[in-house]
Ligand binder design. Structure first.
Ligand code: GRF
Length: 206
């Protein structure tokens, strides 16, 4: 069995689809970690029966909050850390500590439109093809090795809201599928002390 921790900050729709795909199977989400006390994702975790932890960044050094996060990850023995709308940039030290184990979802076709406004930036671009990306986290902002992408061609007549809905639908399909493949891979490697490699997962590039 491989274990995952999910880090989220907001609504948690991606956390929910990950939990629904992973929980009934042979892997486990051992913790949700959230940096916003009132985030809706806590309600989702409660309904799903997943233990949640609030880690405050308020009036604290980022390093202090990250040490708390790292301790939770180590205590529950997580093999993979899934970022699902976690709105904090992780420090280089944290990324190094969990090198090759941190995975993020971004609502644009990276390397185009990194940053906090991927959907809006994609929408107002001249791009015909829009989509979502799952990638390993490195020290940059949405710059790590790409694991999987999926996309669609827009007509140009869609509203921003319609594009947003479509991108979220893609996320909700691709993230659980990719997560399960990554957990399988981590499970096969466990016991060998191998580090999770940063190669694309076969079959998930679209
Ligand atoms: C998603 O669009 C994700 O790609 C981005 O933040 C959003 C989180 O949404 N990083 P939710 O909290 O999972 O509903």
């Amino acid at each position: 069995m491989a274990k995952a921790v999910v880090l989220a900050s907001g609504s948690g729709s991606n956390f929910q689809v990950l939990a629904e795909a992973i929980q009934p199977g042979r892997h486990q989400i051992c913790r949700l970690i959230c940096d916003r006390k009132k985030a809706a994702v806590f309600q989702r975790a409660k309904k799903l029966g997943i233990t949640a932890a609030y880690v405050s960044y308020y009036q604290r050094e980022r390093q202090t909050a990250e040490q708390e996060i790292a301790q939770i990850i180590l205590d529950c023995g997580a093999d993979i850390i899934f970022l699902a709308g976690f709105m904090r940039l992780l420090s280089p030290d944290f990324v190094d500590q969990f090198k090759g184990k941190i995975v993020n979802i971004h609502p644009a076709l990276l390397p185009r439109h990194p940053g906090a406004h991927g959907i809006r930036d994609s929408y107002y671009s001249r791009d015909k093809e829009l989509g979502v990306t799952i990638h390993f986290v490195d020290q940059g902002m949405d710059t790590g090795p790409i694991i999987a992408q999926t996309s669609f061609i827009r007509s140009g007549k869609e509203s921003l809201e319609e594009i947003e809905t479509r991108l979220h639908q893609l996320e909700h399909k691709l993230y659980p599928e990719t997560a399960l493949l990554l957990l399988e891979k981590a499970d096969r490697k466990s016991g060998t002390n191998d580090q999770q490699s940063q190669e694309p997962v076969p079959g998930t590039m679209q």
